[in-house]
Design a protein around this ligand. Structure first.
Ligand code: AMP
Length: 206
């Protein structure tokens, strides 16, 4: 609990950007160097499939074709994950949301989760990378992910521009959007992200 009586000590922000923009890599850097917890809804979903979770298994067709899983399914998974993180005796200093929210509906759902968990959503860091660089990067990535095939990548890209990109405008209207140039070395991009996170830490209410 913060000194002002609220429990907003854990800073929480979202990392945005199209598939292949380097979100996952930067989230790992923020985790390792700034001590944040990385919460990826894609990883949560893949882990749920790996452990044969019945709902995740039912939903895996969405992922295989590059489409989004229904909002409420992901919301429930995220709520459980965040609740567990906050219930730890040592609350995390900060949480990076990677892959959520992805639709306007999810932005609303995130607001509801924040109220329930008594957290305050800080804002969004969006990595900008030209579209033509993205597909090539993803194909080179060679993760073996079933959704890293060219036709599925193109579908994921389409879904991103149709459903997720409009969220930038939404967060810009709320003065919560920070756009970062996502072209450069991993270190260079991390150097651009760090001051934004540091300024949030400085201005955090508790
Ligand atoms: P990612 O690893 O973030 O690219 O996510 C991989 C896949 O998991 C997506 O293509 C979706 O099928 C599913 N997924 C992850 N996060 C979400 C989300 N916030 N909303 C809906 N589906 C999601």
């Amino acid at each position: 609990m913060g000194s002002c009586g609220c429990s907003t000590r854990t800073l929480i922000f979202a990392l945005f950007g199209p598939p292949g923009c380097g979100k996952g890599t930067q989230a790992t850097m923020i985790k390792e160097r700034l001590g944040y917890v990385h919460v990826s809804t894609g990883d949560m979903f893949r882990n749920a499939i790996a452990r044969q979770d019945p709902i995740a298994l039912q939903m895996q067709e969405y992922m295989k074709r590059g489409d989004l899983v229904p909002d409420e399914i992901i919301r429930d998974m995220l709520q459980v994950e965040l609740g567990a993180l906050l219930a730890q005796s040592q609350r995390p200093k900060g949480i990076i949301l990677d892959g959520f929210p992805r639709t306007l509906k999810q932005a609303d759902l995130l607001g509801e989760i924040m109220v329930k968990l008594k957290l305050q959503f800080t804002g969004v860091i969006s990595l900008e990378v030209p579209e033509e660089m993205l597909v090539q990067r993803l194909l080179k990535r060679g993760t073996g992910r079933p959704d890293d095939k060219e036709d599925v990548i193109r579908e994921r890209m389409k879904v991103y521009y149709e459903k997720t990109r409009p969220l930038e405008e939404y967060y810009a209207k709320h003065n919560a959007l920070n756009t970062i140039n996502g072209v450069g070395t991993i270190e260079e991009i991390f150097e651009r992200i760090t001051p934004v996170v540091r300024s949030w830490e400085t201005n955090s209410p508790c």
